[in-house]
Design a binder for this molecule. Structure first.
Ligand SMILES: C[S@@+](CC[C@H](N)C(=O)[O-])C[C@H]1O[C@@H](n2cnc3c(N)ncnc32)[C@H](O)[C@@H]1O
Length: 376
């Protein structure tokens, strides 16, 4: 094992990233592992597995989602999951191996640590999985570099295409860091590869008088569009460790369940808006500021779910199914439980919503088939 002081420092924003990852893995791994013959997890930028202060890194967090379950739960997996961790820094890869070796019993999980670069190794891992297992192979790939030089989007594209509709990815994109270089030629090649082509860069560069303010947003938009070409659903979570230094975690999936579970993870980390984590700048010097430090304490009224529903439906009749799907896929909110507890229930009690047809036995329930409309 490496001397603790040589391990990476745990930065405050890691807390949010790791909380999202932990929550999602805890939902994803059993859900897919109980019903598919094989599931796989790939960490493309694994690091050492452990931070200087003893905190667990992404590989151990993902492994915990399997090892941390009860024996009864684990026995429901058709086969132990495959975990592949790629790390280019030799000492970190070795430390990670020592961490894994120190685990007494992997309970049937298969863990492979690859010392090498993401760019070279990830396609090989994907190739091997594609040729060994039937498709679709439920796979979760975590792509968490420090910058953007080693993350050509092509790799995500061919990953998705080779492993099929159950291959999901969560990708870190340091939008503001990229924005600093977008008007220069300094890293144009890397930017082009990360954003899928020169057209994207040209769009980001449009209206140079505004680009300073908007480049981060435009880059995030370009990346989201790129992801949408590969995935049915794309969500994003913003992490702003200190103001103006934000990055995004983009998530792509082909499954509505995947969207729901990922959004649940976001809401755990950001109970006010479900969309991001903002660190209080006063606590920005590397301490582990916790979520209470978020500065936003409530959403503006026009962004609340009742306001959004009212805007969408006016006084038209709508079904609960339509409202659920729209809430899940087109707003920041969750179809369960937010729609009922933050919108339909309070709106009906206030007399703003009228239920026209429902098989419900109790007021406040909105079972399938329920039809309703706003009264004003
Ligand atoms: C941001 S850290 C990853 C943190 C880790 N995913 C976690 O959440 O605990 C990025 C890691 O990628 C490694 N790295 C840098 N370039 C790489 C490359 N081209 N391929 C693979 N790993 C690389 C670095 O050594 C570093 O350990």
């Amino acid at each position: 094992m490496m001397e603790r002081s040589l391990l990476p420092a745990y930065a405050a924003h890691h807390v949010a990233k790791h909380a999202v990852l932990r929550e999602y893995m805890n939902a994803w791994l059993p859900k897919l592992g109980f019903s598919y013959p094989q599931v796989a997890v790939i960490d493309g930028f694994a690091s050492a597995g452990r931070y200087r202060d003893g905190q667990r890194g992404s590989p151990l967090i993902m492994l915990d989602a399997y090892l941390g379950r009860s024996d009864a739960d684990r026995s429901r997996f058709k086969h132990g999951p495959l975990f592949t961790f790629i790390e280019s820094k030799r000492s970190f890869a070795e430390h990670l191996r020592a961490e894994i070796d120190a685990i007494d019993d992997l309970k049937g999980a298969s863990v492979e640590i690859i010392h090498g670069s993401y760019e070279k190794e990830f396609p090989k891992v994907v190739e091997r999985l594609a040729s060994t297992y039937g498709q679709p192979l439920p796979t979760f790939a975590f792509v968490d570099p420090r910058g953007y030089r080693e993350t050509p989007f092509d790799l995500i594209r061919s990953y998705r295409r080779q492993l099929g509709g159950k291959a999901e990815a969560m990708v870190y994109v340091p939008v503001n860091f990229m924005a600093r270089f977008v008007m220069t030629d300094l890293t144009e090649n890397a930017l082009r590869r990360a954003l899928g082509g020169i057209d994207a860069i040209e769009r980001v560069r449009e209206n140079p008088e505004l680009v300073d303010r908007e480049a981060g947003e435009r880059i995030a938009q370009e990346f989201a569009d790129l992801m949408r070409r590969e995935y049915d659903y794309v969500t994003q979570f913003t992490i702003d460790p200190v103001r103006h230094n934000e990055y995004h975690l983009f998530f792509g999936t082909g499954s509505e369940h995947g969207v729901r579970e990922m959004k649940r993870a976001y809401w755990k980390v950001d109970p006010v808006a479900g969309s991001g984590y903002q660190q209080d700048p006063r606590q920005a010097r590397g301490q582990q500021a916790l979520f209470a430090a978020a500065e936003v304490t409530s959403l503006p009224p026009e962004d609340t779910l009742p306001a959004l529903l009212r805007e969408r439906y006016g006084t038209r009749i709508f079904t609960v199914e339509d409202a659920q799907r729209w809430t899940l896929l087109s707003t920041r909110f969750l179809d369960r439980p937010h729609l009922r507890s933050w919108a339909l229930g309070p709106l009906e009690r206030a007399g703003d919503l009228e239920v026209l047809e429902s098989s419900r036995r109790r007021s406040g329930d909105y079972p399938a088939g329920t039809r309703m409309r706003f009264t004003r």
